[in-house]
Design a protein around this ligand. Structure first.
Ligand SMILES: [Zn+2]
Ligand SMILES: [Zn+2]
Length: 448
């Protein structure tokens, strides 16, 4: 408890002096800063589904929802398809997908919002069909420079067939690709991950357009372990939070939750693979838009970027200049001179707990194993010592800073509010935010 109290006191003293110091600093920097572009925070979701795959609404309706709900960018990421070809969908299928009792049919809402002739229908073999609009068709309806941006994406959804009826889902989002990528085959889970990521990055290279890949929901059907995430070095991002109710953010008795997955993967990367830690994204993975289970608005990223342009957003994310959120907004997060500082944008009546977690350099490397239930693809899982993903400090309040002591492999901050999530994806969920791991660069050995 003592370190916590100490840190709290020091934080208060420092924030008082910092206020005056930063004012002086900003005054003296005004001239020099005028040539540097001012960075702003942009809210975006990079993982969402539509009728183009297994979602239950039209892409324009989904885009409309995100635009009206305070997002600045959106990447609809359907399974193994880009919204770039002619596709008609049967009205019956649209109705079948919509399971919320008493909800207005999706087609009626679509017609009410966009009307005819935008909404195109036809009769084919006695079946009413609706044409799904391509991204390039509806993009101009929504995009506004500096205000709203659509990014083309796909959820590259591969499987690794362990044996008959044991197909491990390996889902990786490919953001800003220009052509659809087919799911690869591979000789192992990690091989399929690697081939998927290589295909995404190869396309980025070939087109000269920056791409971003994030590995999705590791605990969906308990598919990916922290060891998988650690070993596949082609990957730099994973979903620390995904709003789908079946992704087991919290893990269970024998399988680690997302927080532990992240800390184990980061620790293994820095100590065994000489590789940077993973950055964590927050996403919706929404499939349903009429009041059902897999709803939009649960998780997102806040990216600090020079401008709202795809290249700039991706560059900022690659540089780790973003955080993941499921409701908590940060005024600022900085890492300077060995100090990680987090400032929450406080809401009236809401309290915040800021936890600084990481792994000490001299961590206890002892591991044990635990047998898994029959639904797991592996007979057992590795359990790491409590040093991996250890809490270095806990601060109650909207502002906190952690001074690295030089003994940390990395540090990251988890901010938890006491406000219940308005659209929870698991029991007792409260709003949170996650900053990226910092302080790890010096842990990487130079390689030739
Ligand atoms: Zn998925
Ligand atoms: Zn998905």
């Amino acid at each position: 408890m003592t370190p916590t109290r100490l840190l709290t006191r020091r934080t208060f003293a420092l924030s008082a002096t910092l206020g005056a110091a930063s004012l002086a600093l900003s005054l003296s920097l005004t001239a020099a800063e005028s040539s540097t572009p001012v960075k702003k925070w942009y809210k975006g979701n990079t993982h969402t589904h539509s009728l183009w795959s297994d979602g239950n609404d039209f892409p324009e309706m989904i885009t409309d929802w995100y635009q009206k709900n305070g997002y600045q960018f959106l990447a609809i990421s359907d399974h193994n398809v880009l919204q770039a070809k002619e596709v008609w969908v049967g009205e019956e299928l649209v109705k079948k997908r919509q399971t919320a009792p008493g909800s207005t049919p999706a087609l009626d809402k679509y017609l009410a919002r966009f009307g005819s002739p935008w909404v195109e229908t036809r009769e084919k073999d006695g079946i009413k069909e609706i044409r799904l609009k391509k991204l390039e068709e509806y993009r101009p309806k929504f995009e506004r420079p500096g205000e709203f941006l659509l990014i083309q994406a796909e959820e590259l959804s591969a499987n690794y067939a362990m044996e008959l009826k044991k197909r491990v889902p390996i889902h990786i989002n490919a953001i800003n690709i220009q052509e659809a990528i087919l799911p690869p085959d591979g000789t192992s889970i990690q091989d399929v991950m690697r081939k998927s990521l290589q295909a995404i990055h190869a396309q980025g290279k070939a087109t000269g357009r920056p791409v971003l890949a994030h590995v999705n929901h590791p605990n969906f059907r308990w598919a990916l372990t922290p060891e998988d995430l650690a070993a596949v070095l082609e990957e730099n991002f994973f979903e620390i939070y995904n709003g789908h109710p079946m992704i087991h953010y919290q893990g269970d008795a024998t399988r680690p939750g997302h927080e532990t997955i992240w800390d184990v993967a980061n620790t293994l990367r820095l100590t065994q693979f000489n590789a940077p830690p993973l950055y964590g994204v927050g996403t919706d993975d929404a499939h349903h838009y009429h009041g059902e289970d897999s709803a939009p608005g649960r998780g997102w990223v806040m990216v600090r970027s020079e401008s709202l342009e795809t290249d700039k957003i991706i560059a900022a994310m690659r540089a780790g200049d973003f955080y993941a959120s499921s409701g908590v907004t940060l005024q600022d997060v900085t890492f300077k001179d060995g100090v990680l500082k987090v400032q929450v944008e406080p809401q009236t009546g809401v309290t915040y707990t800021i936890k600084f977690v990481g792994t000490p350099v001299g961590f206890d490397k002892t591991t044990t194993t635990v047998k898994t239930p029959p639904d797991d693809f592996r007979p057992e899982r590795i359990v790491y010592s409590a040093d991996v993903g250890k809490t270095f400090a806990t601060v109650e309040g909207p502002v906190a800073e952690y001074h690295l002591k030089g003994e940390e492999l990395y540090v990251r901050a988890i901010i938890t509010s006491n406000r219940p999530h308005p659209r929870p994806s698991y029991e007792d969920q409260s709003e949170m935010a996650w900053t990226q791991p910092v302080g790890w660069q010096s842990r990487l050995k130079e390689t030739k």
